[in-house]
Ligand binder design. Sequence first.
Ligand SMILES: Cc1cc2nc3c(=O)[nH]c(=O)nc-3n(C[C@H](O)[C@H](O)[C@H](O)COP(=O)(O)OP(=O)(O)OC[C@H]3O[C@@H](n4cnc5c(N)ncnc54)[C@H](O)[C@@H]3O)c2cc1C
Length: 300
Amino acid sequence: MSLITNLLVDLLGLFPDGLIWRFARPYIAGPSLSAGLLSQAALNKAGYLATMDLLGEDTLSDGDAENAVAHYLALATGIAESGSQANVSLKLTQMGLNLSYDQTLARVGRIHGACLDQDLFMRIDIEDSSTTDRTFDLYKTLRSQSATVGVAIQAYLKRSLADISDLCDAGSLNVRICKGIYRESPEIAYTDRQQIRENFLALMGHVLDRGGYPALATHDDRLIDAALADIKKRALTPDQYEFQMLLGVGDKLRETLIRAGHRVRIYIPYGEAWKAYSLRRFKENPTLAYYIFKNLLRPI
Ligand SMILES: Cc1cc2nc3c(=O)[nH]c(=O)nc-3n(C[C@H](O)[C@H](O)[C@H](O)COP(=O)(O)OP(=O)(O)OC[C@H]3O[C@@H](n4cnc5c(N)ncnc54)[C@H](O)[C@@H]3O)c2cc1C
């Protein structure tokens, strides 16, 4: 992510929401739960699984954290009533992790309870490294109560191979493996792209060796090819792993995977906090950021 891209995207943030929305649209289902459910239904129809994420993180008040819980309870009911193939993903800082661990555990426990009632799987996203220990502790507490909870892990963190072993010890593991999206110090995180890929594959191998279920969250075609080679070598059946991609990213790749008989789950973000999320997406894709900026500046 270059300084220029950062600067461009910061400038984009000053444009009116309506204009930004034109470009954010592919990445976000919409501002409301009903928009999220519509997107999920369309993806299911095309053969994809889904995971629904209410946008928002770093909640600064108990009131906002409680609102997020209420949204997730409504989401669990909404998914169940629509009868679709989806689960839920959530961020612990949205539930107040940086305010109180115990209250976050209680809040996420309520959401997990609602998911259990509706027969839904709940995944805990992984955030920046200041939250890693607390995220895995909270996961292990919920995992000791039920197997319908999973977590995510980042291949760029040097600690992750040790963590995955510990997480497997807590009971059969359903884990999303991703590269990692936060800025971390080179002391704790790999910065070399190839090294991150190798760690991703090592994490995948470890989970499979321990009888777990890896959800491979990447749009990196080289990494996907290497994962597919391992899947073939191990003669896995498609119910033993899945691929995951973000809404609006890697559409051709996901279609190729589905056609070849693999499971693909699309991460569907929705909610009123769409602008901050979209600006982050633009920062990750400099070509898109330049394109948007050029179009916004073009005379009508
Ligand atoms: C389903 C899913 C869930 C995730 N959950 C988490 C999580 O819980 N915690 C966490 O730290 N990270 C999470 N991530 C993000 C992940 O860690 C990476 O930062 C991100 O996926 C980019 O890595 P990549 O493997 O796709 O490879 P890259 O080499 O970065 O990307 C491959 C190609 O995809 C394009 N691309 C990738 N991501 C985007 C994007 N966001 N917008 C536009 N184009 C993009 C790139 O331009 C490139 O062409 C998740 C990713 C996915 C797919």
